[in-house]
Design a protein around this ligand. Structure first.
Ligand SMILES: Cc1cc2nc3c(=O)[nH]c(=O)nc-3n(C[C@H](O)[C@H](O)[C@H](O)COP(=O)(O)O)c2cc1C
Length: 357
């Protein structure tokens, strides 16, 4: 029986408890996509989590698609994230950076002038994405990456991972879910390539497998996690056979010695997604998706996951671990402020009360 408040080690990362803060884009980066001082406060407030996964952070200007998301490709961004990592460590927590390259899920007006939009194939994302004023607009027609460009994209991610470690992060998490670039390679409908990165399932998983191996070689496998969501339809994903795709992916990366697999658990026809992961992956699992304290503890008790993550609950409950311990009531998040709040506007971001407040 693994108590949710007991310590756990995921790869090389030692967590004081099994409660993870799930990655959440909050669209509050400053000019140059640099983390701001209120972002430092936001993460410091949540350092009671066993581990924080940062919001999705672009490895390059090409990888950006949303409004005011932070990057990890410039010196100023590294310095800004350094303040975040220091604040979380000073408060006794651990923090890993989620690397998120959106691929085709991009709006040009949200990107630097001249930054391209690339994807496995020239098929646009059918979902609309908020532009700089928050109003959803049509996405860009992406340019299909040439075969000999793919190593360069992997090199951008590797540089970003090294930058994250230089900023003091405890590790990195590769975002392979939610219809962003890695998932665009994995899914049969968004990957119509005819080279060795498309077509058969072994070809569609190749980009993610090579990328995870490169990240592991760069920063150490025990400092690299990855996030998947088999079957998700977000951003136009429609894989013909998610079971086959993810079984192949998990088997291929199982031997790399990675820190964890972070599962966003949604209903999947046929085999349950957590059972699917457990059947093909021997490493640690962080389970996520609509969990309560009770559901999370039951999963840990049954040994089905080694840690659990909470998204929504962490927006409004910076001291979520203390509240769980005390059996205290939880604050409700205000959806109006999930993605808004420029400059030093703290509303709906760093102004949720803690128990002692
Ligand atoms: C405001 C918001 C932003 C999110 N941004 C990201 C993100 O950047 N990367 C990611 O992998 N998931 C993102 N998610 C998904 C969450 O990490 C999590 O998987 C989801 O909220 C389900 O967990 P929950 O039921 O505990 O909230 C986001 C969710 C919310 C509510």
């Amino acid at each position: 029986m693994a108590d949710i408040f007991s310590p756990v080690t995921l790869g090389d990362i030692a967590l004081a408890n099994r409660i993870v803060m799930a990655p959440m884009t909050r669209d509050r980066a400053g000019p140059g996509d640099v983390p701001t001082d209120i972002m430092v406060d936001y993460y410091r407030q949540r350092a009671g989590a066993g581990m924080i996964v940062t919001e999705g952070t672009q490895p390059s200007p090409t990888g950006k698609g949303y409004w005011r998301t932070p990057g990890i490709h410039s010196d100023a961004q590294v310095a800004g994230w350094g303040k975040v990592a220091d604040a979380v460590h000073d408060a006794g927590g651990k923090i890993v950076m989620q690397l998120m390259h959106v691929g085709r899920a991009a709006v040009q007006a949200n990107k630097d002038a001249g930054a391209e939009t690339v994807a496995p194939s020239a098929i646009p994302c059918p979902d609309r994405i908020p532009g700089p004023d928050g109003v959803p607009v049509e996405t860009m027609m992406p340019r299909a990456l040439e075969t000999d460009e793919i190593a360069g994209v992997i090199a951008e991610y590797v540089m970003a991972a090294r930058n994250a470690m230089a900023a003091g992060m405890d590790g990195i998490e590769l975002h392979c879910a939610s219809g962003y670039l890695p998932m665009q390679f994995l899914s049969s409908n968004s990957n119509q390539r005819t080279d060795r990165y498309g077509g058969s399932v072994d070809n569609r998983i190749r980009f993610v497998v090579e990328l995870l191996a490169a990240l592991a070689a760069a920063v150490g496998p025990g400092r690299v996690g990855f996030r998947i969501c088999p079957g998700v339809r977000f951003n136009g994903m429609d894989d013909a056979n998610p079971h086959e795709t993810y079984a192949a992916l998990l088997k291929a990366v199982d031997g790399l010695g990675l820190a964890y697999c972070h599962l966003i658990h949604i209903p999947l026809d046929g085999q349950d997604a957590l059972d699917l992961v457990r059947a093909h992956w021997n490493g640690a699992i962080i389970e996520n998706g609509g969990l309560t304290l009770e559901k999370a503890q039951a999963l840990l008790t049954d040994g089905k996951a080694q840690a659990v993550s909470f998204g929504y609950l962490y927006i409004a409950n910076p001291d979520l671990v203390d509240r769980f311990r005390a059996g205290a009531a939880l604050n409700k998040g205000n959806r109006a402020n999930f993605y808004t709040g420029a400059g030093d506007d703290r509303r709906g971001y760093t102004d949720y009360p803690t128990l002692d407040a």
